[in-house]
Design a protein around this ligand. Structure first.
Ligand SMILES: [Zn+2]
Ligand SMILES: [Zn+2]
Length: 310
């Protein structure tokens, strides 16, 4: 039963969560986007938005316990900055023995300057220095994979996520499988970030967070996003912040104008402004959206609970 391909925004903030009365409409949780495709639940990043989503998954799982054997979840980490992983230790499925959790993400340069795998970073995050429970003490069945260039992930109905390396980025030719492809962008300090694309049944979405624009547009991202149905793009800063006296240039984030340029040149169908600045209240985000619509009409500013059928 091919479930619809849908995208739901669970956390739309960058840097830090910002709860409170001025962010009620947009939401205050940090980065997390849920993608449902076939019978797979994928999370793009594991910021605090993943916590409530996980609670919901667990509730649904136990309500359907007689029909569903495992709670299968795939998490795709763009990079390991706090705002993109801080929800993982509080993700309820992590603690349930019925969960099979596949986590994919980048290698990073660790504290001693040596390149290290994603598993090390996630273990460290839950080390006793920072957290009361070790990753290894949690009951779920976990598989952590560090992605290399051209690694792709195949998702078939009823099967675990499968890591493959096909040596090229290609349009999906798999009829019954979804495919995730990725590349590492280097326009975010200091380890860069993985940009992901999920393709299924001729449709595609691109997740490009924590990236900064280039003069005349980010050509690599434009090529990667060509014809996508949905582009989720970093739009943290206003032009005023980016070019002001205390400039945010070089911080590794984009303006809505940069996002619109990529959307336009890549010919995507819809653009979502994402990774909102924690200092932007509901009115400021609405203003960003209004301005961006003048440059790329089919633009929406991400808010928690926004669901887009692909
Ligand atoms: Zn971030
Ligand atoms: Zn970051």
């Amino acid at each position: 039963m091919a479930q619809d391909f849908t995208v739901t925004f669970r956390g739309v903030r960058g840097s830090i969560p910002v709860p409170g009365p001025t962010t009620l409409k947009i939401g205050g949780n940090s980065s997390c986007v849920q993608v449902n495709v076939l019978d797979h639940t994928i999370f793009l990043d594991a910021g605090t938005g993943i916590i409530a989503a996980g609670q919901q998954l667990v509730r649904n799982f136990f309500a359907n316990r007689d029909k569903v054997k495992r709670l299968a979840v795939t998490v795709l980490i763009s990079h390991t900055h706090h705002d993109h992983i801080m929800g993982l230790p509080f993700f309820p499925p992590l603690y349930i023995g019925d969960t099979s959790l596949s986590i994919f993400g980048p290698s990073v340069y660790g504290p001693v300057g040596s390149k290290t795998g994603l598993d090390y970073v996630l273990d460290m995050m839950m080390d006793q220095m920072f957290f009361p429970i070790d990753m290894k003490e949690t009951h779920s069945l976990k598989k952590v994979s560090t992605l290399k260039p051209f690694d792709q992930i195949l998702l078939a109905e009823g099967e675990e996520a499968e890591l493959v390396n096909l040596q090229s980025d290609f349009k999906s030719t798999f009829k019954d499988k979804a495919i995730v492809s990725q590349y590492r962008a280097y326009n975010h300090p200091k380890n860069g970030t993985l940009v992901y694309k999920v393709q299924y049944a001729g449709k595609s979405i691109v997740y490009a967070t924590d990236i900064e624009g280039y003069v005349e547009g980010d050509k690599r991202l434009i090529q990667f996003s060509r014809g996508a149905d949905l582009l989720i793009h970093d739009a943290q800063y206003t032009v005023e912040q980016y070019t002001g006296a205390v400039s945010t240039q070089g911080f590794g984030h984009s303006t809505p104008e940069m996002a619109c340029q990529v959307a336009k040149e890549a010919g995507v169908k819809q653009l979502v402004l994402y990774h909102h600045d924690p200092n932007h209240d509901d009115a400021a985000v609405a203003k960003k959206e209004e301005n961006a619509k003048k440059l790329f009409a089919n633009t929406i500013a991400a808010y928690e609970g926004l669901t887009i059928p692909i």
